[in-house]
Design a protein around this ligand. Sequence first.
Ligand SMILES: [Zn+2]
Length: 60
Amino acid sequence: MDVICALCDVEETIDRHSYAARRLRSQRNHAYLCPTCYDRIKVNTEKRLATGKFIVNKGY
Ligand SMILES: [Zn+2]
């Protein structure tokens, strides 16, 4: 099954029986993200979450 990443327009082929493919079929508005973009978003989200927490800067 061919999918196109919503962010970088990279075309990927995923296993049509995979979890991602099932989600794409059941939710038509669900955008596919390639692993690269997914990781980038995950990192950004974690960064945003981190800034929302009280973190003591220990100097490193
Ligand atoms: Zn992408």
